[in-house]
Design a protein around this ligand. Structure first.
Ligand code: PRP
Ligand code: MN
Ligand code: MG
Length: 181
C-alpha cells in the first residue's frame, strides 16, 4: 500500500466488480443506440476505461477537461474548460463519466452546457458520491459508492496530482496535507 494512505475505503476488487455491473447495465440500456460517453479529465480516466470495457454495444468516446480545484483541497467554485469535446453533442445520447461528485459544481456546469448544446439525453454516471459536500442540487443517475466527507484519493482522484494511479480509493494520512487546509 502507498505510504501516504491511512486506510483503504474501497478495494480494487470492489471497484472492478462495480465497473462490470455498471458497464453491463449500460450495455442493456443503450443496446439499440449509439451513445457518446464523455469522460471528465483527468479524474474519470481509470473509471471510464474500466467501465467501457464491459460495454458490449456501439459507443463513442470523447473527453472534456475541466478543472475547478487547481491543486487545492476545496473547489474554487469556478469551472474552467481546459479542453473541449471534439464531437457535436446535438441530438446525441450523452453518458457523462465522473470519478466523484462533491460540491456538484463541475457536473452541474457540464449538464447545463450539454443541455445548451441540445443533447437528446444526459446520463450521469459517477464512481463516488459525497452527498455531504454538495453546494448545488445535482444527483447522479448511477452511483458506484457513497463516500463520507473525507478527502479521498486514488483510482483517478488526486491530491496535488499524486495518487491517481492507485487501484483503490483511500484516505490520506493527515501529515500529507498538514498546514495546507
Ligand atoms: C475533481 C473530480 C471531479 C470534481 C468533483 O476534479 O475529479 O471532477 O473535482 O468536485 P465538485 O463536485 O466539487 O465539482 P478536479 O477539478 O480536481 O480536476 P481533475 O479531475 O483533473 O483532478
Ligand atoms: Mn475531475
Ligand atoms: Mg483534482
Amino acid at each position: 500500500m502507498n505510504q501516504d494512505i491511512e486506510k483503504v475505503l474501497i478495494t480494487k476488487d470492489n471497484i472492478q466488480q462495480k465497473c462490470q455491473e455498471i458497464g453491463e447495465g449500460l450495455t442493456k440500456e443503450y443496446m439499440d443506440k449509439f451513445p457518446l460517453a464523455i469522460g471528465v479529465l483527468k479524474g474519470a480516466m481509470p473509471f471510464m476505461s474500466d467501465v467501457l470495457r464491459y460495454v458490449d454495444t456501439y459507443i463513442e468516446m470523447d473527453f472534456m477537461d475541466v478543472s475547478s480545484y487547481g491543486g487545492e483541497m476545496k473547489s474554487s467554485g469556478e469551472v474552467k474548460i481546459v479542453k473541449d469535446l471534439d464531437t457535436k453533442v446535438e441530438g446525441r445520447d450523452i453518458i457523462i463519466l465522473e470519478d466523484i461528485i462533491d460540491s456538484g459544481l463541475t457536473l452541474s456546469y457540464l449538464v447545463d452546457l450539454f443541455k445548451y448544446r441540445k443533447a437528446k439525453s444526459i446520463k450521469i454516471v459517477t464512481l463516488l458520491d459525497k452527498p455531504e459536500g454538495r453546494t448545488v442540487d445535482i444527483k447522479a443517475d448511477i452511483v458506484g459508492f457513497q463516500v463520507p466527507n473525507e478527502f479521498v484519493v486514488g483510482y483517478g482522484l488526486d491530491y496535488q496530482e499524486k495518487y491517481r494511479n492507485l487501484p483503490y480509493i483511500g484516505v490520506l494520512k493527515p501529515r500529507v496535507y498538514k498546514g495546507e487546509e
